[in-house]
Design a protein around this ligand. Structure first.
Ligand SMILES: [Zn+2]
Length: 651
């Protein structure tokens, strides 16, 4: 297998070294307080909310497993899941930690040299962005013309000198700063730091003057700045908000020439954003995701707002799981990024026509990324920042909690279109509802949508709509529900899952528990596979248990340590969850205990299996007896005896 990363590939040896050498307890211990519990460590799961620890880490197997939410894996998986890194990123991060040299394979020397050069160039660009971010921060606390920026923050209820820790953390976390008044202050400062105009230009911080003479001019002038940070925490772009023009006397006092007004007398754009660059792709970056990632995971939910200021202000007021799509329409790539941390997002867009339109546009990308969407409704004319300032953060949380399903929201909007009850309005509404219902693949949502549409139709009917129109609506809804992929079959599958409790299913459950106990003892002490008595008894194992034991035996024979993720690859799906949990949290500390338990369970399994055979045979005998077929009776009796002998090892 190869792992492509910027043209180069990380060698399998490097990946193996990571699995072998990274101390998973130390790694996870940085984010989770772990306590020793027998052979493993326990703590509160970082992937779901819990009060009693069900998250286990096994240092022997380099493996973690949560019995609460089922998250599991090795050190690499941990970083992928917790930090949202890609596989190569996680491997690189762990290599750096453990001092493992990264060996790259594939491609010729020239390819590798080029990849190396590209990486160095990128590292330089990240460094320039970090320097610029820190410099903007400094200007906010020192520049003589910074008062408009400070004033804007005060107006937003987030003063730069606020004693509130949350406010300070948000201002620092988003690198809130001031891009000074004037043409080329950043350009000149960067030059003094020995940074080439080329790099600054590539990043869009500086533009070259016409004719290319002298230094360039700054893209961000007299703006309140936010940094856009990628999911590794690196500054990759900026967003700058327009500020009021400083008074003429302040400019004179500062010895700064006023920036010439534009001829067309248009106000400068409210927000200016960095252009895309080698380190920044707009539609693939989510504003605030890095800062919000832990809060999103804790809440199991991301809140999507429109503006950067909304993100900052909600974070500063204590709602930390908020992100924004960075001034573009929400893209599938952005939805996928959010989906790495939570399965659901609540859309909290502005309460205006543009906000509602943008809300509908979230649906497609979210579905592509399997990100569940609910919609929260702000009062008309309000954005999340206004609303949190006017009513407090608890009010915002209430609005988020009250979010409706996307389809429900869309139907409300469709029915809102019926104002006068004209045939055109009703027709348009029907068309919209039909579209929503027919392209909804989730049968639960379809059923819910039907109920909802019925209720709305009822309301419209009561308010005096012609009954024929409503019958047409009903027909459309039922038609849409009957057609479309997977509707009834999904329902049937769900019903089939609820297996009724019968004596047979009880004994199957019992059997499963015993099988798991057998596998568990072997996973705790694979050495037992060399015990003759245990080996002989386990030869009678059947089905998934037999396959799983075989997998462990193969690894054991190859003298490989039981690394959690490798064993699991070989074990049949139905017992994954059990095996994964057991790998991270062994039960037996002493091999003698494990052996005794193993042998006793193997014995029980044998008896159960005999009993099942007997029951099946008896039933056939009864049937044969009723038919008076004595030859069949004899044959069955013979088979029964043979199968018993085989199970008891008397061939
Ligand atoms: Zn969990």
């Amino acid at each position: 297998m190869v792992y492509v990363d910027g043209g180069a590939m990380i060698s399998p040896e490097t990946i193996a070294a990571v699995k072998e050498r990274v101390d998973i307890v130390a790694l996870i211990g940085e984010t989770v307080a772990l306590k020793r519990a027998g052979r493993s460590f326990k703590g509160l799961c970082p992937f779901h909310k819990e009060k009693t620890p069900s998250f286990n880490v096994s240092p022997e197997r380099g493996y973690f497993h949560c019995f609460g939410c089922g998250e599991k894996g090795g050190a690499i998986d941990y970083l992928i899941k917790l930090e949202g890194l890609t596989f190569p990123e996680a491997v690189r991060a762990l290599c750096e930690r453990a001092g493992i040299p990264i060996v790259e394979t594939g491609g010729g020397d020239a390819d590798r040299a080029r990849a190396e050069r590209q990486k160095r160039d990128k590292d330089d660009l990240y460094r320039v962005m970090q320097l610029a971010a820190e410099w903007y921060r400094e200007q906010l606390s020192a520049h003589t013309l910074r008062s408009a920026a400070l004033g804007e923050l005060v107006k937003r209820g987030l003063p730069a000198d606020s004693p509130d820790e949350k406010v300070q953390a948000a201002l620092a976390g988003f690198f809130v700063g001031y891009a000074p008044y004037g043409w080329d202050q950043l350009a000149r400062w960067l030059e003094k730091q020995g940074i080439s105009l080329d790099a600054a230009e590539k990043l869009g911080l500086v533009r070259r003057r016409q004719g290319g003479r002298g230094t360039g001019y700054d893209l961000f002038r007299h703006r309140l700045m936010f940094a856009v940070v990628d999911r590794m925490g690196r500054v990759v772009a900026f967003s700058g908000r327009a500020l009021d023009e400083p008074p003429a006397e302040a400019l004179r006092a500062a010895g700064v020439e006023p920036i010439a007004q534009r001829d067309d007398d248009r106000a400068p754009p409210k927000y200016v954003n960095s252009p895309e660059s080698p380190i920044y792709v707009k539609g693939e970056t989510v504003f605030g995701l890095y800062q919000a990632r832990h809060a999103i995971r804790d809440a199991g939910l991301a809140v999507l707002v429109e503006g950067n200021f909304d993100v900052l202000s909600l974070h500063a007021r204590g709602l930390g799981n908020v992100v924004a799509p960075l001034g573009t329409a929400f893209t599938p790539a952005q939805a996928k990024l959010v989906r790495r941390y939570a399965s659901t997002a609540v859309v909290l867009f502005d309460g205006d026509a543009a906000g509602r339109k943008a809300t509908e546009a979230v649906r497609g990308p979210a579905r592509e990324a399997a990100l569940g969407i609910r919609v929260a409704n702000l009062p008309t004319g309000r954005d999340p920042d206004d609303y949190s300032r006017e009513h407090g953060i608890e009010a915002v949380k209430k609005v988020v909690d009250a979010a409706r399903g996307m389809v429900e929201y869309l139907m409300d909007r469709a029915f809102e279109g019926i104002k006068n009850g004209t045939a055109e309005e009703i027709g348009a509404c029907l068309k919209t509802v039909r579209r929503y219902l027919s392209d909804e693949t989730d049968s639960d949502v379809r059923a819910m949508a039907k109920t909802y549409a019925d209720r709305l139709a009822g309301k419209v009917l009561v308010s005096g709509r012609p009954a024929a129109d409503m019958r047409a609506l009903e027909r459309v809804i039922s038609g849409a529900l009957a057609s479309g992929a997977g509707g009834p079959t999904e329902g049937a599958a769900r019903q089939a899952k609820q297996v009724p409790v019968t004596p047979a299913s009880l004994s199957r459950a019992q059997e499963k528990a015993i099988e798991e106990a057998v596998l568990g003892a072997i996973l705790d002490f694979p050495e037992l596979l060399e015990d003759p008595e245990a080996t002989e008894a386990s030869d009678g194992a059947e089905g998934d248990l037999a396959l799983a034991l075989d997998a462990v035996r193969r690894m054991w024979d190859a003298k490989r340590s039981l690394a959690g993720d490798e064993v699991l690859d070989l074990i049949p799906r139905p017992i994954h969850a059990f095996a994964s949990g057991r790998l991270a949290a062994p039960v037996f500390g002493d091999m003698k205990d494990a052996r005794a338990e193993l042998l006793s369970n193997l014995k029980k399994l044998q008896n159960l299996s005999l009993r099942a055979d007997r029951a099946a045979a008896m039933e056939q005998l009864n049937r044969a007896g009723r038919l008076g077929d004595t030859a069949a009776e004899d044959e069955l009796l013979l088979q029964l005896a043979r199968s018993r002998d085989k199970k008891l090892g008397r061939d």
